[in-house]
Design a protein around this ligand. Structure first.
Ligand code: PLP
Length: 384
């Protein structure tokens, strides 16, 4: 997929880590990265971990998730948002999404919470790097005494009403998996402004140790979810150029979207004006596929890809239809998901494809024109 791209500064940092001989276990570049990433994201603390999934798992536990608690998640998200709760025997309950942002719809969250009064955690996902409606979501959570954990796996550098995402709620988790805007192969970080959450997540990711404690002293049960020095090395380098990456993405996004707006049969879903987003995915909607079904979207995506542009089909089924949730081992109440149909989620699955950020990260105007041309040609072939 041509991502991540090699960079001389990444190489220099990697060599620094290699030569230091300090390759893991709370090593210097890991601690520097935690401080700098947290500061960049308007957060007091950062705890670097092995993946975005691990970050969610630890943040949920630190926020007080206990067996049987309900966790409100959007139905249009990666399974980790829900499975990170199920592993602690939490019970995901699904919220429909806003048709424009495909993020948790606060109005539907109200409905879900009215029905499931025991929701303990609310997990907005800043999907595609577009910040969720945090003002409304944190207000609802406050009224119900629920915690808010942000799934910011895709949202490096995104901001909601001028404030970077991640630590607007109680805590948030970012991913550095291969396809992300900041990528270390694998990796993640939990950010928070809460000292108590920081202390617990730090301990959980470090085998239950306590800051300043003895090596073989474990006041709580924890696991090894620590990031290595090599991951921190490339991530520090990528963080140094994140502003530049974002400004290239946002500029090129505008160019591509102006072209796509003239293509018949598709619609670009533009994020609202009060957010700064990182263009992780540009949503291209095929409105006709809402009626005609997902096959039309798949044919359109194939036609674009045949023209050398890596459009992604995205989700084709809502999360609540994944077989994993029916595995009896996890004991989830089947009636919560059986026959569930959330309108905007269903429509997004049928009709929305994703143009990834790495397609927009180019210095070549000709390449941007090629993206628009590929979409236009595919639309002409498949949609008319
Ligand atoms: C929305 C969302 N949540 C969670 C994750 C999990 O992150 P990771 O793959 O680093 O475990 C991902 C990443 O793939 C994601 O896209």
């Amino acid at each position: 997929m041509g991502w991540p791209r090699p960079d001389p500064l990444d190489e220099a940092y990697l060599l620094l880590a290699y030569r230091s001989g300090r390759w893991g276990t709370r090593s210097p570049l890991v601690e520097e990265f935690e401080r700098e990433f947290a500061r960049y994201h308007d957060a007091k603390h950062g705890i670097a971990v092995t993946s975005g999934t691990a970050g969610l798992m630890l943040a949920y536990l630190a926020a007080g998730l206990r067996p049987g608690d309900k966790v409100a998640v959007p139905a249009y998200t990666f399974i980790a948002t829900a499975s990170a709760a199920v592993i602690w025997r939490g019970v995901p309950v699904f919220v429909d999404v806003d048709p424009q942002t495909l993020n948790m719809d606060p109005a539907d969250l109200e409905r879900v919470i009215e029905k499931h009064k025991d929701v303990k955690l609310i997990v907005p996902v800043h999907f595609a790097g577009i910040p969720a409606e945090m003002d409304e979501i944190t207000k609802i959570a406050g009224e119900r005494g629920a915690s808010v954990i942000e799934d910011a796996a895709q949202a490096h550098g995104s901001a909601y009403r001028g404030r970077k995402v991640g630590a607007i709620g109680d805590a948030g988790s970012f991913s550095f998996q291969l396809s992300k805007l900041m990528a270390a192969g694998e990796g993640g970080i939990v950010v928070t402004n809460r000292d108590d959450v920081h202390e617990v997540v730090w301990s959980l990711h470090h085998v239950g140790r306590r800051p300043g404690g003895e090596w073989y002293e474990h006041p709580r049960l924890g696991w090894n979810f620590r990031m290595t020095e090599f991951q921190a090395a490339v991530l520090l380098s990528q963080l140094r150029r994140l502003d530049k990456t974002l400004s290239t993405l946002r500029r090129n996004w505008r160019v591509v979207v102006e072209g796509l707006e003239r293509v018949d049969g598709i619609e670009v879903l533009e994020p609202p004006k009060h957010v700064d987003w990182n263009c992780y995915f540009t949503y291209i909607k095929i409105p006709e596929a809402v009626e005609r079904g997902v096959e039309l979207k798949l044919r359109f995506v194939k036609a674009v890809r045949e023209r050398g542009v890596s459009l992604v089909e995205g989700y084709v089924e809502p999360l609540y239809r994944q077989l994993a949730l029916r595995d009896p081992y996890w004991g989830l109440p089947g009636e919560l998901y059986e026959g569930l149909r959330l309108k905007c989620t269903e429509e997004a699955c049928s009709s929305v494809a994703w143009l990834p950020h790495y397609e927009l990260l180019t210095d070549s105007e000709a390449r941007l024109e090629r993206i628009v041309a590929a979409v236009r040609e595919a639309a002409g072939e498949v949609l008319n």
